[in-house]
Ligand binder design. Structure first.
Ligand code: ATP
Ligand code: MN
Ligand code: MN
Length: 369
């Protein structure tokens, strides 16, 4: 059986999009450690090292069983060098010293805190850290200039830090479905992101919106967002217009779909009761802040947008890398392009895109790479 396991481990496919990666897996102790190292590397501005840790963690997430020995790890793709030391330490001692030190360091904790604010990326967090920011209240004390997005993120920090549950996500869904339906009936509205991959909670709720009639989508997002705002349902919103995405050699991370990044005031379950005159629990909060992303895609781009917004981020990164390096095709959430022939390749479903790429179909619950 030992050699059989060895075979299974040495035959793990190199790209995450060639593997099935479930949400619940058998090596989370190791992958948690590798992901902390990856995060720390990105805090230090090293995307290359961060990616190496993400790749190793992703391989371990796809394994059908718990890793038993360092010998087994030696056969795994992307798990060499530094990762092996980490794996060995965890297998032998249950913890990795380097990770424990990192987790407890002031810089790591502070970067983690600052990057968890809506509208704050690694670069901004680093700048603030260097300016002496250590806790949220320092931002005001040190008179740090904030964008409107960051102000909203700080104002609703406690709510936004609280994970969004599936129940809350479904309440957001019915809320936006009702709002959009006022303007255009017959829209296709799909919950994407982590919830589509089967996660029970998330940092936000993502929706993809389309309609067979492209005209119907014109101005839809603006009108419906303004209406929701007038109903007091929005605490913050910023709409990015549709932009033309070039068929570049390498696809970029950002796409050009019309997108609304919002913070919703999601009414509580019992708020209706309260409104009907039952104020027994006076002072109780009747809504909570929830981050929501709304993306509008033209019907022809819908399968590509669905694939692109379902994630995980690492799965998407790997799909694009596979397309480019193995198939000479450029993939993004608008389409698939043959750069040499300067033509785009249409698809009517996610399944069809996998066929076009010569990949076995990976259903959303197995894209948790
Ligand atoms: P969580 O539960 O934490 O929200 P998630 O997987 O839903 O996890 P998101 O950050 O909401 O993470 O992103 C969902 C998907 O949408 C990801 O796969 C990401 O690649 C894609 N995505 C997010 N922002 C953009 C963007 N600006 N342009 C293109 N794709 C994006
Ligand atoms: Mn999400
Ligand atoms: Mn999102």
């Amino acid at each position: 059986p030992v050699s059989k396991d060895k075979d299974a481990l040495s035959t793990v496919a190199p790209y995450a999009c060639q593997r099935q990666t479930p949400l619940i897996h058998h090596n989370s102790k190791i992958t948690d450690a590798l992901e902390i190292l990856g995060k720390a590397a990105s805090f230090q501005g090293s995307e290359v090292r961060s990616l190496a840790f993400a790749r190793a963690a992703s391989v371990l997430k796809s394994l059908p069983c718990k890793l038993q020995s360092i010998e087994e790890a030696k056969n795994l793709v992307w798990c060499g060098g530094h990762c092996q030391t980490v794996i060995q330490e965890i297998l032998e001692d249950g913890v990795c010293h380097e990770v424990e030190v990192l987790k407890n360091s002031e810089q790591y904790q502070c970067m983690e805190l600052l990057t968890s604010i809506f509208g704050v990326g690694v670069r901004t967090a680093e700048r603030w850290y260097n300016d002496g920011v250590r806790k949220l209240s320092d931002l005001a004390d040190l008179h740090i200039k904030l964008t409107a997005e960051q102000k909203a993120g700080i104002e609703h920090y406690t709510d936004l830090k609280q994970p969004v549950t599936r129940d809350e996500a479904e309440r957001v869904e019915s809320l936006i479905t009702r709002a959009l339906d006022r303007f255009v009936p017959g829209l296709r509205i799909t919950m994407t992101g982590g919830f589509r991959r089967g996660k029970q909670q998330g940092h936000d709720v993502d929706f993809l919106i389309t309609h067979p009639d492209e005209e119907a989508l014109n101005g839809l997002l603006e009108k419906s967002v303004n209406w929701m705002d007038s109903q007091g349902l929005l605490l913050y919103h910023h709409t990015k217009a549709r932009s033309h995405v070039q068929t570049r050699r390498r696809s970029t991370h950002m796409d050009g779909h019309e997108t609304c990044y919002a913070i919703f005031a999601l009414p509580n379950h019992d708020s209706l009761k309260a409104e009907s005159g039952d104020f027994t629990s006076s002072g109780a909060c009747r809504w909570r802040a929830v981050r929501v992303d709304l993306v509008v895609a033209p019907y022809e781009e819908y399968p590509y947008a669905l694939l692109g917004w379902t994630g995980s981020k690492h799965f998407e990164r790997e799909l694009r890398r596979f397309s480019w390096h193995e198939k000479n095709l450029s993939l993004n959430s608008h389409g698939l392009y043959n750069v040499e022939k300067e033509c785009s390749i249409p698809a009517t479903s996610e399944e069809e895109i996998f066929v076009l790429l010569g990949l076995q179909y990976v259903p959303p619950p197995y894209r948790n790479a």
